[in-house]
Design a protein. Structure first.
Length: 360
C-alpha cells in the first residue's frame, strides 16, 4: 500500500515551496494537503492553488489571523484531529511559520516522523517568532532538509547532525519553473511602470509592523525617496498604518503606488524588472538574488546571510540609517552559481524520503 504523507501549509511562501515538491512527491506517496488558513486573503493564499497547479487542499482549517499563542493553539488542535483521522506515515512542514510549528508539535506528540524543508536557518534573534518556530521544529524533526551549507553548520552547532541532508532551496526550483509562466501571463503594463525605473516594497514582519516607531521610520524613509515605489500592501500593515494615522500620507504620496496584494506570478514580474527591492520578507530576499536584483532588507539580521556576503542584499535599520543614501551607494556584487542548489532540490528531498522509509 502506498505510504501517506500529510503536508501542512498555511502562509504565502509555503504555497510557493509546496508546488515543486508535490509534483515529485505524488509519484511515490499519497499526499494529504492541509491548509491551516494562516493567510486567508485570496490573493495571498487561494490563488496559488490555481496559478501553481497545486491540488486543492484536502483540509482547509480556516484558522485565520490571531495572536501568536491563539493562532498556534487553534492550529495545534485542528491539525491533531486531522492526523488522528488520517494516520499518516509522516508529516511534511515548510519554513518557519506558526503553521510549521503547530504541524511539527502535533505530529511529534503523536510519534509521527516530521520532515522539515528549510531546516537550519537562523537569524539569531529570538525576539522573532519565526526564529523560535525554526529552532523548535528542527529539534523534533526526523529528516531535516537545509537549503545551504550555512544552514547545515547551524544545525551542527546545535548538535543536530543525524538525518541532515543538504538539498538546495525549493524556492529556487519554483522560480526556475514559474518565471516563464509568469512572463506569459503578466507584464508591467498592468502596473503602469517601466522596467528598472521603480523600487518594489513589501512590509509585513511583526518586528516592523508591531513596533510603531520602526514602522513610522520605514514610512518616512519611503516618503523621502525620489524614485517610484510600488507597494503591495499586506492586510496587517494596511490595518496598522490606519491605526497610527500614516495610511493617508502614504496613499497621497505621488511617487508611491499602493496596490492590493499580488499573486506569486505577478510578484515575480514586479521583482524581475525592479530597479531594487525594499523588503522585510525572507523569501523575497532570495528571489531578488535569483533574479539578480539589488535588495535592501529592513531588518537587523537575516537568515539568508549568503545574499549579504555576495553584496546583493543590504541590511537597513530604518531608524538608524538613511535609506535614500544607501540606495544611491554602489556596492560590489558577485553571483555564485548553485549557491542555493541546482534547481533540483525537490527531487533530492523525495529521494531522501524514499531512503528514510526503506531503512524502516
Amino acid at each position: 500500500m502506498m505510504k501517506k504523507i500529510v503536508t501542512i501549509v498555511g502562509a504565502r511562501p509555503q504555497f510557493i515551496k509546496v508546488a515543486p515538491v508535490s509534483r515529485v512527491l505524488r509519484h511515490y506517496y499519497r499526499e494529504v494537503l492541509v491548509n491551516t488558513g494562516q493567510h486567508y486573503d485570496y490573493k495571498m493564499a487561494g490563488v496559488f492553488f490555481e496559478e501553481l497547479n497545486i491540488p486543492k487542499p484536502d483540509y482547509d482549517l480556516g484558522v485565520g489571523s490571531a495572536s501568536h499563542g491563539k493562532q498556534t493553539g487553534d492550529m495545534l488542535i485542528k491539525i491533531e484531529q486531522v492526523l488522528l483521522n488520517e494516520k499518516p506515515d509522516a508529516v511534511l512542514v515548510y519554513g518557519d511559520t506558526n503553521s510549521t510549528l503547530a504541524g511539527a508539535l502535533a505530529a511529534s506528540k503523536l510519534h509521527i516522523p516530521v520532515f522539515h524543508i528549510e531546516a537550519g536557518l537562523r537569524s539569531f534573534d529570538k525576539k522573532m517568532p519565526e526564529e523560535i518556530n525554526r529552532i523548535l521544529t528542527d529539534n523534533v524533526s526526523s529528516l531535516l532538509f537545509p537549503p545551504t551549507k550555512v544552514a547545515v553548520d547551524n544545525l551542527k552547532n546545535e548538535n543536530i547532525t543525524e538525518n541532515v541532508h543538504l538539498v538546495g532551496d525549493v524556492m529556487y526550483d519554483a522560480v526556475l519553473y514559474n518565471l516563464e509562466i509568469a512572463e506569459s501571463k503578466y507584464n508591467l503594463k498592468q502596473f503602469g511602470v517601466e522596467p528598472k525605473t521603480y523600487y518594489l516594497g513589501t512590509i509585513h514582519r511583526a518586528e516592523n509592523t508591531d513596533d510603531h516607531n520602526r514602522l513610522t521610520a520605514i514610512v518616512e524613509s519611503l516618503l523621502r525617496l525620489k524614485n517610484q515605489v510600488i507597494l503591495p500592501l499586506h492586510p496587517r500593515t494596511h490595518k496598522i498604518l490606519k491605526e497610527i494615522n500614516l495610511y493617508d500620507r502614504v496613499y497621497s504620496a505621488e511617487h508611491i503606488k499602493l496596490i492590493e496584494p499580488v499573486s506569486y506570478l505577478e510578484m515575480l514580474i514586479l521583482e524581475k524588472y525592479a530597479k531594487g527591492i525594499i523588503t522585510d520578507s525572507g523569501g523575497v530576499q532570495k528571489e531578488a538574488y535569483f533574479l539578480k536584483v539589488p535588495c535592501y532588507t529592513l531588518r537587523d539580521q537575516t537568515e539568508w546571510v549568503e545574499t549579504i556576503e555576495c553584496g546583493w542584499n543590504i541590511l537597513v535599520n530604518p531608524i538608524k540609517q538613511n535609506l535614500s543614501e544607501i540606495l544611491n551607494q554602489n556596492y560590489e556584487r558577485c553571483y555564485i552559481d548553485e549557491l542555493y542548489g541546482d534547481g533540483k532540490a525537490s527531487e533530492k528531498i523525495v529521494n531522501h524520503i524514499n531512503e528514510f522509509f526503506k531503512r524502516g
